[in-house]
Design a protein around this ligand. Structure first.
Ligand code: BEZ
Ligand code: FE
Length: 303
């Protein structure tokens, strides 16, 4: 009869996966158990702390619903989402940097023509966004689908609002690059916003005296045959949360200067309604394959 103590238990549990058919599953379980046991040993975890952790994870699961995914939020605030992104994109080779997809991507967006206003009736400071998509050598790429989405100037995504089902999409659309690899559209200037904090993840953020804010940004998902899909954001220079994004998603290369303009016309020659902002950003795709990510379940504040 084995008698497992602190020194022998880890080897016994790791050994219990010896017959696993899938070698990757076997490897992942061995590493997970080794890391978890190391954590318990290094911290001398008490029964109370272990119980609190189980209760926290239980409530995290209970907070999940068809419109809310608290585990993704937990992964985001612990930096795990960005780390998974980092280890899968170690060598960019000149391609645009990646960052988290986030929970507010709802899948393929409505296609709109260049120049369209994706903000329709949403209040806010006007912004014109112009982008170019090239390969690593700078050759413009035509026919690239580009999904864009961002929060309003109160920090909410359309999918977080009860009116989403009846009003439909807002501040999100799909554009397809023209022969010059260009896309351009009108919208409003987004602001920084808090991730949802009315659940266990919010409690953790508050208990550890972190803030829940993400710096202002526009999300982009680019997809072209023969190229690696690109999931990224363009962040707005000067935002006070750039250095302390709650999900650790900011990279210097993704920060863009937004120019305040007073020209009477916007870059496509149409009249400007008053002062406006200009966001300019060029994306570089690297050859490869891969499937564009599917939407995460939307995280929204439950009614
Ligand atoms: C977002 O950028 O939309 C986001 C990312 C991670 C957690 C919450 C929101
Ligand atoms: Fe976002």
């Amino acid at each position: 009869m084995p008698h497992f103590d602190d020194s022998e238990l880890t080897a016994a549990v790791v050994g219990s996966f010896a017959e696993a058919n899938d070698p990757r599953l076997k490897f992942l379980m061995e590493e997970l158990v080794t890391s978890l046991h190391g954590f318990v040993r290094r911290t001398n975890l008490s029964f109370e702390e272990w119980g609190a952790a189980l209760e926290f994870l239980t409530r995290t699961g209970q907070k999940c619903s068809a419109t809310r995914q608290e585990f993704i939020l937990l992964s985001d605030v612990l930096g795990v989402s960005m780390l998974v992104d980092a280890v899968n994109h170690r060598d960019r080779g000149g391609a645009t940097q990646t960052t988290v997809l986030g929970p507010f991507y709802v899948g393929e967006h409505r296609p709109l023509p260049h120049g369209a206003d994706i903000s329709e009736n949403v209040e806010g400071d006007r912004m014109f966004v112009q982008c170019r998509v090239t390969d690593l050598a700078g050759k413009p790429l035509a026919g690239v689908t580009v999904d864009v989405w961002h929060a309003d100037d109160e920090g909410f995504y359309d999918s977080q609002k009860p009116s989403y089902a009846s009003d439909g999409p807002s501040l999100r659309a799909r554009f397809t690059t023209d022969a010059g690899g260009r896309l351009f559209f009108r919208t409003i200037l987004p602001c920084s916003y808090p991730i949802p904090i009315d659940g266990p993840v919010g409690e953790l953020i508050l208990a550890t005296r972190r803030h829940p804010m993400r710096p202002a940004h526009v999300h982009f998902l680019l997809d072209a045959k023969g190229y690696e899909p690109l999931v990224t954001h363009v962040f707005i220079e000067g935002d006070k949360y750039l250095e302390s994004d709650v999900v650790f998603g900011v990279k210097q290369e993704l920060i863009s200067t937004i120019e305040l303009r007073t020209d009477a016309t916007m870059p496509d020659g149409l009249p400007a309604p008053g002062p406006w902002h200009l966001m300019t950003y060029d994306f570089r795709l690297k050859p490869g394959k891969g499937v564009a990510p599917k939407p995460m379940i939307a995280v929204s504040v439950d009614a």
